[in-house]
Design a protein around this ligand. Structure first.
Ligand SMILES: [Zn+2]
Length: 239
């Protein structure tokens, strides 16, 4: 069976469906936190962002829980029904034309990692997705609700895939929703493995130079769509 693609959406309905699938998928892998956390997708017009609304847990998101916000609206983050931290999504899209999907969540192991000084170590193949490490945003430990703070998060993200929001959560950006979900899941798994490894002994990381070489073969372009199809299958067969 073929499911909807995780590539850049061709229609508005595709974008909404991708947000639903992304939210429900990350909920299964440690990203659930009350009704908090959100995924978004840049629409086919390039100027509209489709993002989960507040008041619904990730696992229960339906198409009616996704709202469209124009990127050229300076008050877009104040759209009725939008999460308080929607500005992070909007500012990331504005800063990064290459980004097609954004996720912000509060996964436990990544939060714990972001609350330490050491940062992510390259201890597993998961770490290979971040061979140059993961940036940290420490501008505020509070909610990111203003465009100014949203821009600061986007600056901390830079050209990277992910940023740890110190004492708060994560923000990841992907060229499409399949890459954003893969990045969110992989970052949390890498943080969890680091926690486990440190309880067992002194970690022995993959050398950074080796990690850079291995990264491209482990995370090939077409793999993300393959994983996306499998997440769709998981959701479809486990309702
Ligand atoms: Zn948050």
């Amino acid at each position: 069976m073929t499911y909807p693609t995780g590539r850049p959406p061709a229609t508005e309905a595709d974008a909404v469906r991708q947000v639903v699938i992304a939210c429900r998928t990350i909920a299964r892998f440690g990203h659930e936190d009350l009704t908090l956390g959100h995924a978004s997708v840049r629409g086919p017009d390039g100027r509209t962002v489709y993002v989960k609304r507040k008041g619904k847990s990730l696992r229960d998101v339906d198409p009616g829980d996704v709202i469209g916000i124009p990127l050229d609206d300076p008050h877009g983050h104040l759209t009725p029904g939008a999460h308080l931290e929607t500005t992070m999504h909007l500012e990331t899209y504005l800063a990064r034309p290459d980004v097609g999907a954004v996720i912000h969540t509060h996964p436990e192991y990544s939060i714990a990692l972001g609350a330490t000084a050491g940062g992510l170590e390259l201890l597993s193949h998961d770490g290979l997705l971040f061979p140059d490490g993961v940036a940290v945003f420490d501008g505020t430990a509070g909610l990111v609700t203003t465009p100014r703070d949203g821009q600061a998060v986007a600056r901390a993200l830079g050209a990277g895939r992910a940023v740890l929001l110190r004492n708060h959560g994560i923000l990841v950006a992907g060229e499409d929703i399949s890459w954003a979900v893969l990045t969110a899941l992989t970052l949390e798994r890498a943080a969890r493995i680091q926690f486990i490894a440190r309880t067992l002994g002194d970690p022995v990381p993959i050398p950074r130079e080796v990690a850079r070489e291995l990264s491209a073969s482990k995370y090939q372009q077409e793999f993300a769509e393959e994983y996306w199809q499998d997440w769709c299958h998981m959701l479809d067969t486990s309702r």
